[in-house]
Write a protein that binds this ligand. Structure first.
Ligand SMILES: [Zn+2]
Ligand SMILES: [Zn+2]
Length: 271
């Protein structure tokens, strides 16, 4: 591409990114509509009402932050790309929470608001993802991604099979609330401290690069969902983004996280 073409390409990019603001404007109008609706209803106490209003605001401001980060990325600050994604995913979670709260009202007006915001946000999401793909630097050398990385005798990492981002970490150490050494697990949905004496059993499985074995280990000692970043049908690890993880809410309370891998396998990855 010569300089002239590059300039044109950059202009086009700037134009598209500017256009995403139209979608965000739509979301702002809907946000205002929802707040207005909540304020006009007498059925709720003020504390709950304020909480629900702050949820819908948080949804909106996360989307705005995602746009600001995207805008910076498009101007060459590639380090903001991940931040933009994180804000966009946070917005989606907040929206899910907010909608579960709105469903408290069994009114037609509510189902209209919900439909409207879902359609608008999806348009916005797709526009963001078009730019994420466009802005992601293409990797020149495609090295095979390791299934399991041994960092030391007491630490292992599991990278995403698509983008190689470290998605799961196991190490012997101290979790946030630990008084004694534990086997600390950090996955894509949460972290947890497991008993220190389980480390030998787990590290033996990890040495054999047996991801299914790790999954079963987690089912046995942690929870029925097993290893959150793992798709048993693919026998692969995915990061939050590539597992397309989505939080689900019930009446404003966290219910579970569902994952859908790139091959379309869906399962509950956290409860
Ligand atoms: Zn990934
Ligand atoms: Zn899968």
């Amino acid at each position: 591409m010569n300089d002239d073409e590059k300039l044109k390409e950059n202009d086009k990019l700037a134009g598209r990114i500017w256009k995403i603001r139209d979608y965000i404007q739509e979301l702002e109008d809907i946000k205002e509509g929802i707040i207005h609706f909540l304020l006009s209803r007498k059925k709720l106490d003020d504390v709950t009402k304020n909480l629900w209003i702050s949820d819908v605001k948080e949804f909106y401001y996360n989307t705005v932050s995602a746009w600001e980060m995207l805008n910076s990325t498009s101007k060459g600050n590639l380090k903001y790309l991940d931040n933009s994604k994180s804000f966009l995913h946070a917005a989606r979670s907040r929206l899910a929470k907010s909608l579960s709260e709105l469903k408290f009202y069994k009114e037609e007006l509510v189902s209209n608001h919900i439909k409207e915001v879902e359609i608008s946000f999806e348009k916005c999401w797709n526009a963001f993802y078009f730019e994420f793909d466009f802005l992601t630097p293409s990797k020149k050398i495609i090295e095979p991604i390791a299934r399991i990385i041994k960092v030391s005798d007491s630490e292992y990492h599991l990278p995403c099979s698509v983008c190689s981002k470290i998605s799961v970490e196991y190490k012997i150490g101290y979790g946030r609330f630990d008084e004694q050494e534990s086997l600390v697990y950090s996955g894509i949905t949460h972290s947890r401290s497991l008993r220190r004496d389980l480390a030998n059993e787990l590290f033996e499985i990890l040495k054999n690069e047996d991801l299914l074995g790790v999954y079963h280990f987690m089912q046995k000692y942690h929870s029925i969902e097993g290893l959150d970043a793992y798709c048993p049908k693919c026998d692969k690890i995915y990061c939050w983004e590539h597992y397309n993880a989505r939080e689900e809410y019930d009446d404003g309370f966290y219910d579970c996280t569902m994952g859908e891998c790139p091959a379309g396998h869906r399962r509950m990855i956290d409860d």
